[in-house]
Structure formats: C-alpha cells, structure tokens
Design a protein around this ligand. Structure first.
Ligand code: PRX
Length: 654
C-alpha cells in the first residue's frame, strides 16, 4: 500500500441543504441528532447501551455493554439474549398486525401484499419446516433464491430458530455456490425452481444440482420453492418442494432465544487474496445498527413506503430488506427483476404505483437509467418520494445531480451511504434533515462511529483534501465478528496496521475543509463492478484454471455505467495468437470465468501477451497494467522489463 496511490483529484463545490418543509416533517430532527452526537461524544459505550435498550426487545437484558478483553474480537451486549425474528415480526403484532410489511412485485407483473400478521405466520410455518428437517440452533443454511418475498421468509425463519443463514446471490455459478456450501458445511439448501430476471428464467435449481454433484457432502435436504413452474429435476430422498415441507405444520413457532453474539448470518465477500471470506455477523449488535440507521439515515416513519432495490444476496439486501425495515415496522417494496424490463421506466413505475417515499439504489443503476434519458422518469408521478439513497461505490457528481434534479425534483435530500459487508450498517452518511450535502461525498460519520483518515503511521491526517487510509478507531455494534473459521484472516485483513488498534476499511479517503469524507477507492486489489466487490485474484485464479492459460493479471478500468470493468491480460501455454487476436478463445475464456465465478466477473476485455510485466522481485506491475488498460501514456519505468516488446502486445498494438 503506498501513499502515492492515494491522490485526490476531485473538487466539487456545490452544496445542498434540506428544505424547511422537509425539516418540518422529519422525525430525525437536527436537534435530536445534535443530542445523539453529544451523548456519543461523552461516553461511546454508554451511548450504545442506551440505544440498545431503547431499540431492541431483549429476552434477558444485558448487563455488560462491550467486552473488549479479547480485542479485536469485540463482543457487544454479551450476556443479553434476544431473537432477531421476534424483534422484526412479533413486536409489530401488537399495533401493526394488519399493516403491510411487504409489497412484492414479480418481474412478470404479479403483485402481492403481505401484512405483518401474515408474514409472521409464514415465517413460523417455514421455521417449523426447517425444524422438521433437522435444522437446529447454530446449523448453517444456504439460501440461493430469486429476489422474492420467500427469500426474506427463509432468512427470518432461520433467525427464528437460531440457524445461521448464508445467502448466495442468484447470479453466482455452481462452483461459487459449491465453495460457499462447503465452507459453511451447510445441512440444507433453500432454492427455487427459478426466478425471473431480465425477461429470462434463472435456473437456480439446475445450478444447485450442479454444485451438489461436485461435493457438498454435508447437505441432506434441498427445499425448492415453486416460482416459475417450469420443469426441473427433483432428486428423491433429498429434494422437497417448499409447500410439501411446510404442509400441515403450525403457524406458530416459539422463537429460539440466542446470545447477542450468536451468529445471525454469514455473507461471503471478495478480498484481495484467496477465496471469498465468510463475514460473520452477530445478532444483537447487528440488529441494533440496522435499526438505528433506518431511523437516522432513512428517517423511517409509519407512513413511509421504503424501497431498497438491492438483492438479498448482498449485505444491502440483508440490512435494508430482510432486517432493518421489518425491525422498524416499515412497509417495504421487494421487486424481483431488473430495472429495464419491460423498459427503463420500471423503477419509476413501481415508485408511482406503490407510492414509494424512500428509494435506495446503487450508482450503477442510476447511471444506467440516466443514460435512458429524462423523458422516461418525467412520464411518472414521483411526488411521493421524499428521500433518495445511494450505496456501493462512489457516486460521480453528474449522476448525483441527475438523481437530485430529475428523480427528486430538487425536493429530496440524497443520502450517499458509505459502509461495507463487514460494517453491517451505514457508517458515514448524511442525516437528511440535518446534513448539508455535497455531490459525491458521503458526508459525516454517524453518531457513535469514530471514522478517521490516517497516514501509514496511523496518524490522523488533518490537512484538508489529503488522501489516506479510512479507519474506524472505536468498535461499533454491527461490526464483523470474524471470518468464518479463520480468525487469523480476520486479524490480518482488518487489523494489520497501527498495532491492531484501528479497523482498516480497505478504502482510501480524504476529508475536505468541512471535515466531509470523500471515498477515493480501494487500496487493495479489489474491483467494484456495478457496486459488487470482485477480487482480482479470484478472477485470475479462474483464468489460470483454464487448460490453455499459463498466467493472468486482472485490473479495473473505469466504466461509465458499471463504475469499473474487468480488464485482463493473459499469457497462454504455447504460442500467443497471431496478432494477439483469437475471438473464439476470448469468448471461451469469458464463458469460463462466468462458469467459475458468475456472470458479473466475466472479463470485458482480454489481451494476450508473451509475458506479464514484472518487477525484479517477480511482482506483477499492476499500476503499469492499469495505465495500459486505460489507454494512458506510460510514465512508469519499463527499462527493467526482461522483454520490453511485450508493451505493444499489452497495448493491443502488436
Ligand atoms: O469501496 C467501498 C464501496 O464498497 C465497498 C464495500 O463493498 P461491499 O462490502 O460489497 O458493500 C457494498 C454495500 C454496502 C466499500 O469498501 N462503497 C460502498 N458504499 C460506498 C462505497 N464507496 C463510495 N461511496 C459509498 N457510498
């Protein structure tokens, strides 16, 4: 990691304040926020203890707030017990039983409203189905589902019985699914006969079958939800339809009370080296920050219709679909498909029809919809919207302004939320009624969150606009607990610097003269493609697993919709193709990576060379490769290369 990589070039001077009308109707007022900051400032641990008492229904109240005796394995509320599903569902039954919890819309257009009471029944019934298939507290359950209400029901059912879910995004391949099943040693897989996406059916069951054929000996049962009705194979003795599994079972299921530190879920995410890491989250601390951020950043109110477009396969779909909205008694929209079916007006059509008030999506979607032109959103009545959110990657000021002007009609504050799979919930984000916003900045750390930008020595950078490492100097409730089965990797990845004092986010950032945070990008070899994290190493290992590939290097190249595209350089076993072109092989390698990891990881471009550029010590010169991928002038010293003639090959000129 070098300071030279951390240079800031962005200068954005525009500022936006919430309207008087917005402030008047906001629940999280500037005064309340100021109070929260003050309390957190005075005593951070006492502050979180108070929040935890106010926001969570404990079965057994905690007496210890934070056990830091075995840092960095921080344990929040260690002697408290609770149940996440109870906090999401049962406590809404008193006053909100008939309130709509979920408005589901399928890509083909089918719509279903599910009340809290109904959701509670369905979760209980399915929890009983899991129990009757031998799933007990602490068992791991893989969920590989389309973006339908049953995905949330499955997650809540696991939480209800203390089983640990691990959701695998439906776009991942059978090999990626197999790796996750094996790493978790799951007993059971919950999937569907398929899902609707982009006008096609995604074959989740067929992919599950392929994964299970490769190993996964721990899996005893596969529960299959019938979504599309198209024909699939059911293996007798192993596979059972969802409706069969829960047939005749009761609609009540006593929640299993678990310790606050009991794992609620594992979610795999890419790192710079090795295979994906199973990020382990707790129950109590995680749920607390899911709730506090719903209140602070989304200002959630009883009348709101909340829509987070993220898939449950990502952390955003955990915190702001499966848990946060339900734990705050909100009504939320779940949409199965892509934003462009039947046309690029689908999101705005749903906002209009369902009276969405809070809309949360990713910059890549905003950029794609912006490209489709203003006429499309202008056809819809978006006047119910009051807050617009973004997450997943830095949002470029142009996209921010378009979101603000064309979607929000300059009425809706934009909340640019910085956080990670590991942080569990928003960390740096505006509070809409209180924070002045600047396009491209995620603004300030939330109450109780001690974010800072530091240099190589761990010293805080106070000079405005100087880049450094983004760190957290204090633990927070929803923080990662460990990497599943690999405590050493947890320590070496997240606490490598400054004597393990600070949590290292892996992003570079700067703060401006107002103290606002601006995220500049990753400091490790992680790509951010359409808001999804991909390790360059993962794609490289997939490429070299192909029989014709000897060596591969992958770098990111800026892309105007996806944020970054995957650019790869490949050395073949045997001769380089004539003129560096072999379209058939390129297609084959792209499909190969798609099979190994998933379609999102397919290289957008592949260039063939005789060798890869390396330093004397044998390290691939990635900065040089990035320069080349971006078609920029080479300023690095290439004289040390053994074979300088590879440069034109890498540039695609020979
Ligand atoms: O680089 C940051 C970027 O996404 C990374 C986390 O990725 P993941 O764990 O997949 O979670 C994405 C959804 C929370 C971060 O390290 N990132 C996330 N949000 C922002 C962001 N970069 C800039 N601005 C954001 N608002």
């Amino acid at each position: 990691m070098s300071q030279q990589n951390i240079q800031s070039s962005l200068h954005e001077m525009r500022q936006f304040t919430p309207s008087a009308q917005f402030i008047e109707t906001a629940s999280m007022t500037p005064q309340k926020l100021a109070q929260l900051y003050e309390q957190a400032e005075m005593d951070n641990v006492a502050f979180w203890a108070q929040q935890a008492r106010d926001e969570i229904d404990w079965q057994q109240p905690f007496t210890t707030t934070l056990d830091d005796s075995n840092a960095p394995f921080f344990r929040w509320f260690p002697d408290g017990t609770l149940n996440a599903s109870y906090n999401c569902l049962d406590r809404q039954l008193k006053n909100n039983a008939h309130k709509t919890a979920i408005i589901f819309e399928g890509e083909p257009g089918d719509i279903e409203h599910i009340s809290y009471q109904e959701l509670h029944k369905r979760v209980c019934k399915f929890a009983n189905a899991l129990k009757s298939h031998n799933v007990t507290k602490g068992d791991r359950v893989i969920i590989y589902m389309p973006m339908i209400a049953q995905a949330v029901i499955a997650m809540q059912a696991c939480a209800r019985i203390g089983a640990i879910h691990s959701v695998v995004f439906g776009g991942f391949s059978s090999e990626s699914l197999k790796d996750r099943i094996e790493d978790t040693a799951a007993k059971i897989v919950i999937t569907a006969d398929g899902g609707h996406r982009g006008g096609k059916i995604i074959e989740l069951k067929a992919t599950t079958d392929a994964a299970l054929e490769m190993g996964c000996d721990t899996v005893e049962t596969v529960i299959v939800y019938k979504r599309t009705g198209h024909s699939i194979n059911m293996k007798s003795g192993r596979d059972i339809w969802w409706s069969e599994a829960e047939k005749d079972l009761p609609e009540q299921c006593e929640p299993e009370w678990v310790d606050a530190t009991h794992p609620l879920f594992l979610l795999y995410t890419s790192g710079s080296t090795g295979k994906p890491k199973g990020i382990q989250h707790s129950t109590g601390g995680y749920l607390l920050n899911a709730i506090t951020t719903m209140r602070w950043v989304f200002d959630i109110q009883d009348s709101d219709v909340f829509w987070c477009t993220a898939d449950v396969g990502w952390i955003t779909g955990h915190t702001y679909v499966a848990y946060g909205p339900l734990a705050t008694g909100a009504t939320m929209v779940i949409y199965e498909g892509v934003p462009t079916v039947p046309d690029a007006g689908r999101f705005w059509d749903i906002c209009q029809r369902q009276n969405v008030t809070i809309f949360y999506t990713a910059p890549t979607a905003i950029r794609a919809l912006m490209k489709a032109g203003d006429e499309i959103p202008n056809k819809y009545d978006l006047s119910k919207l009051r807050i617009l959110g973004t997450v997943g990657e830095p949002i470029n000021p142009e996209a921010w302004m378009w979101y603000y002007d064309v979607i929000g009609k300059q009425r809706c504050p934009i909340v640019d939320t910085w956080w990670q799979t590991e942080t569990g919930a928003h960390m740096i984000a505006p509070v809409p009624a209180a924070t002045m916003t600047k396009p491209g900045s995620c603004t300030r750390a939330l109450p109780g969150i001690d974010a800072a930008v530091v240099n190589d020595d761990g010293v805080e950078i106070t000079h405005p606009d100087q880049g450094g490492y983004l760190v957290m100097r204090k633990p927070w409730p929803s923080m990662i607990q460990t990497v599943w089965g690999d405590d050493d990797r947890y320590i070496s990845t997240y606490w490598p610097m400054f004597n393990g004092k600070y949590y290292l986010a892996g992003d570079s950032a700067r703060r401006d003269a107002d103290g606002y945070f601006w995220i500049m990008g990753r400091i490790d070899d992680v790509l951010n493609v359409s808001g999804h994290r991909l390790g360059t190493m993962e794609i490289e290992s997939a490429l070299v697993a192909h029989p014709r590939v000897a060596e591969a290097a992958v770098v990111g190249k800026p892309h105007d919709v996806k944020g970054e595209s995957v650019f790869s350089f490949v050395v073949l076993k045997g001769d380089r193709p004539e003129g560096g072109v072999d379209n058939d092989l390129t297609q084959e390698l792209r499909a190969w990576v798609g099979e190994k990891i998933g379609a999102i990881a397919k290289p957008d471009e592949i260039r063939y060379a005789d060798n890869l550029p390396k330093t004397r010590s044998g390290k691939i010169m990635r900065r040089l490769l990035r320069t080349i991928a971006q078609d920029q002038e080479i300023t690095q010293d290439t004289s040390t290369l053994e074979n300088e003639s590879i440069i034109p090959q890498l540039q695609g000129k020979a």
